[in-house]
Design a protein around this ligand. Structure first.
Ligand code: NAP
Length: 331
C-alpha cells in the first residue's frame, strides 16, 4: 500500500486532533507541519514528531516530500491557504467551512480542476459510522417519508474565548462554525430546501451569537435548526417520519460518540442501534478516505463531490444574507 505523506497547515486545536488521529488511518505518514511562528511549529513538532518543521505556510506548501496538506486555520484563511497549496501542486483537505462564501468556493474548485489536483472539504461527520448508519435507516424507509428534522448545536465558550468565534474578519459567528453542522444534517436528510427563513441575535461584534433557521420543502417537510454561543444545548438531532417513527442522534450528533436511538412509534420501546466505534477520535475516517482517493488517482471525492460543497456554501450565503451576517470577504 502506497504511504500518503501528510502536511498540516496551522497548529491550533483541530490540527492537533487531526494529527493524533492520522495514525489510525492506515498508510498515512505525518511528514511536515507549517506554522506562522517558530515556537508554535516547534511545540507542535515536539508533540507530533515530523521530518520537516516549517516556519511559514509557503515553505510547507513547497515541501517536495508532502503529498497532501490538511488546512486547519480560521475560516477566513481557507481560501488563500488552499490556493497557496494548489499553486504548489499539493492535494488539499480543507477544514469546514470550506470558504467564507460561494464565490471563494467556486475559485478554489476551479483551480483544483485546472491543475488536476485533489481537493476536498473536511466535513468529517459524513464519514462517521453512526452517520452512515442513520442514512441507511432513512433510505430503507424505516421512518416512512421524512417530515421533520430538528437539530441544535450550542455551547457557551469559556474564557479565554478563542477570538475566531466572534471576530467578523475571521468569519466568526455560530452559522459558519457550528450551525453548518445543522444545515448539513438537514440537507443530508431532506435535500436542498425550497424556502429558507433565518433570524439571529448579534454579538457585540455584529456576527451571530445565536441563529434560528427554518427550511421548508414542497412536500410539507420542515427542518428547524438552532445554533448558539450563548447557551449549552443538548446538540442533538431528531428525525421524524410519516409512519410516526423517529431517530434521535444523541449528543454530540456530529461526533463518533453520538448514539442512534430509534423510536418505533406508538408504545414501542426505544431501541439503541449499535454501531461499531473504531479506534481514534473520528478524523481518521476522512483521512483514510483521502488516502484512498489519492492512491486511486482521484481529483474529486465521490463522498463529498465539489457540487455538494458548493451547494452547502450557497445555502450558507443565503442564510447569512437573511440573518444579516456579513464579512469583509463578502464585499
Ligand atoms: N472538523 C471539526 O470537528 C472541527 C473542529 C474544530 C474546528 N474546526 C475548523 O478548523 C478551523 C480551525 O479551528 P481551531 O479550533 O483549530 O482554531 P484555533 O485553535 O484557533 O487554531 C487555528 C490555527 O490557525 C493558525 N492561524 C493563522 N492565522 C491565524 C489568525 N489570524 N488567528 C488565529 N489563528 C491563526 C494558527 O496556527 P499557526 O500559528 O501555527 O500558524 C492557529 O493555531 C476552523 O475553520 C474550524 O471551523 C473543525
Amino acid at each position: 500500500m502506497k504511504t500518503i505523506r501528510w502536511g498540516i497547515l496551522g497548529t491550533g486545536s483541530i490540527a492537533r486532533k487531526f494529527a493524533s488521529d492520522l495514525r489510525f488511518a492506515e498508510g498515512s505518514e505525518l511528514v511536515a507541519v507549517g506554522s506562522r511562528g517558530k515556537k508554535s511549529a516547534d511545540d507542535f513538532a515536539a508533540e507530533f514528531p515530523v521530518k520537516h518543521c516549517h516556519y511559514s505556510y509557503e515553505e510547507l506548501a513547497g515541501d517536495a516530500e508532502v503529498d497532501v496538506i490538511y488546512i486547519a486555520t480560521p475560516h477566513n484563511l481557507h481560501y488563500e491557504n488552499t490556493l497557496l497549496c494548489l499553486n504548489h501542486n499539493k492535494a488539499v483537505l480543507c477544514e469546514k467551512p470550506f470558504a467564507i462564501n460561494s464565490r471563494q468556493t467556486v475559485e478554489m474548485i476551479a483551480l483544483a480542476k485546472e491543475k488536476k489536483l485533489f481537493l476536498m472539504e473536511a466535513r468529517w461527520t459524513k464519514f462517521l459510522p453512526h452517520f452512515i448508519k442513520m442514512q441507511e435507516m432513512v433510505a430503507a424507509g424505516m421512518l416512512g417519508e421524512i417530515k421533520a428534522v430538528l437539530a441544535n448545536f450550542g455551547f457557551k465558550p469559556l474564557p479565554p474565548v478563542n477570538p475566531r468565534l466572534f471576530d467578523p474578519a475571521l468569519g466568526g459567528g455560530t452559522i459558519m462554525d457550528i450551525g453548518i453542522y445543522n444545515v448539513f444534517m438537514a440537507m443530508a436528510i431532506l435535500g436542498q430546501p425550497d424556502h429558507i427563513d433565518a433570524v439571529m441575535t448579534p454579538a457585540s461584534t455584529g456576527v451571530d451569537e445565536q441563529c434560528a433557521i427554518l427550511f421548508r420543502y414542497k412536500n410539507g417537510a420542515m427542518a428547524q435548526l438552532f445554533s448558539t454561543f450563548s447557551a449549552n444545548l443538548a446538540t442533538e438531532v431528531d428525525i421524524s417520519g410519516s409512519n410516526g417513527h423517529r431517530i434521535r442522534l444523541t449528543s454530540r450528533f456530529y461526533e463518533p460518540s453520538s448514539t442512534i436511538e430509534y423510536y418505533g412509534g406508538g408504545n414501542a420501546e426505544k431501541q439503541i442501534i449499535e454501531v461499531e466505534k473504531g479506534a481514534g477520535g473520528g478524523y481518521n475516517y476522512e483521512a483514510a478516505h483521502v488516502n484512498e482517493c489519492l492512491r486511486n488517482g482521484l481529483t474529486e471525492s465521490p463522498v463529498i463531490p465539489f457540487a455538494d460543497t458548493l451547494r452547502l456554501m450557497e445555502i450558507l450565503d443565503k442564510i447569512r444574507k437573511l440573518a444579516g451576517v456579513k464579512y469583509p470577504a463578502d464585499l
